[in-house]
Design a protein around this ligand. Structure first.
Ligand code: NAP
Length: 327
């Protein structure tokens, strides 16, 4: 067998089809400890590797990038890329890529799962059944909210936000959305209406966040925005924890400023901010947006294809910094 000229390092084991694809072209090693690498472990692991396949929590700071002495590409196994210092990688001639598109459905479905879980208080209803006996059936027992016909407000109408909007048609929901710019084709297809954030917050019954984590979106939803929402409103976040000020959310849920919330992402992952666990009108999931086997396979294959392209001397199909000058 001829030795493969390139060595790819994967920072956390991924589904086998992507490893098989990479192994057709390169030598592959991966983190075998089944936990996130510490910054020191990451620095040691990336040295002398031609390509890195990384997770969204691996922070590629300038210091870590300096240890990527041979890397031609860092391919994130995620659509979000706030862990990558784009200017610093560009300066060092390292391409960066992400996995857009393949996780739209899984993440939008997670948002819908949270909507219904909050609206009908499913976790608490499940807990009732597990006691072995429910209250005798009553016209006022275990009441929740109906979703069909309610107004959906979508913050960020990109790939995942658009998938969310398309699914809402099935529930006959009027749709408001906000983004940097209007999306005429999406409007034509779904009847969604572009609006400013304040109007969306005031008029929507269900608000679902699908904007990226950027300096601009940090604490996009804080006390003033929560105060604008209807007292019956349900807030869903499957984007990133930094978009909501968690202390303000706890205050809003404790004081019934809004009716409920469902969150899949947290400010300080992998930790859950203390106080959230006490809220009965909150449903939480441990960052499972893309967590279906088929989506994780496709994320792996997408990241692998980005790496293979660069090792062949081509631009990665999902390049985040085309201006990077290759080593
Ligand atoms: P995308 O296609 O880039 O869409 C982002 C949307 O946000 C765009 O419509 C953009 O507007 C809009 N936007 C940006 N800044 C905004 C602001 N300040 N106010 C309102 N809208 C703003 O991204 P995507 O693929 O849909 O992914 C969205 C995010 O979901 C990712 O960045 C990631 O953090 C998160 N995510 C989470 C999971 C999970 O496991 N929970 C899984 C996948 C993704 P324009 O189109 O006008 O520029």
């Amino acid at each position: 067998m001829t030795a493969k000229p390139y060595h790819v390092y994967i920072t956390r084991k991924i589904p086998q089809p992507a490893i098989d694809l990479l192994e057709e072209h390169c030598t592959v090693t991966y983190n075998e400890i089944e936990d996130a690498l510490t910054p020191e472990q990451l620095k040691a692991a990336v040295r002398d590797k031609d390509a890195i396949l990384s997770m969204f929590y691996d922070k590629f700071t300038p210091e870590v990038l300096d240890c990527c002495n041979k890397a031609k590409i860092i391919a994130n196994f995620a659509v979000g890329f706030e862990n990558l210092d784009i200017p610093a990688a560009t300066e060092r001639g390292i391409y960066l890529s992400n996995t857009p598109g393949v996780l739209n459905i899984a993440t939008a479905e997670t948002a819908w799962a949270l909507i219904f879980a909050v609206a009908r208080n499913i976790p608490a209803m499940d807990a009732v059944c597990r006691t072995g006996k429910m209250d005798s059936w009553s016209p006022f027992g275990y009441l929740g909210q109906e979703i069909t016909g309610k107004t959906l407000g979508v913050i960020g109408a990109g790939r995942i936000g658009s998938a969310m909007i398309r699914m809402a048609k099935g529930f006959a929901m009027p749709i408001l959305y906000t983004a940097h710019s209007p999306k005429p084709e999406l409007e034509q297809e779904t009847g969604a209406i572009f609006t400013d954030l304040d109007t969306l917050l005031q008029k929507s019954d269900i608000i679902s966040i699908h904007a990226p984590a950027t300096p601009e979106t940090k604490y996009l939803i804080s006390k003033p925005q929560l105060e604008m929402m209807k007292p019956t409103a349900i807030l869903i976040n499957t984007a990133r924890g930094q978009l909501i000020n968690t202390q303000d959310l706890i205050w809003a849920l404790e004081n019934k400023v809004i009716a409920g919330a469902g969150i899949d992402v947290f400010e300080n992952e992998p930790y859950v901010t203390p106080g959230l666990e006490k809220l009965s009108n909150l449903v939480m999931a441990p960052h499972i947006g893309s967590a279906t086997y088929e989506t994780r396979v496709n994320m792996g294959l997408t990241a692998a294809r980005n790496i293979i392209a660069v090792l062949k001397g081509e631009m990665p199909p999902n390049c985040l910094n085309p201006e990077a000058k290759q080593k």
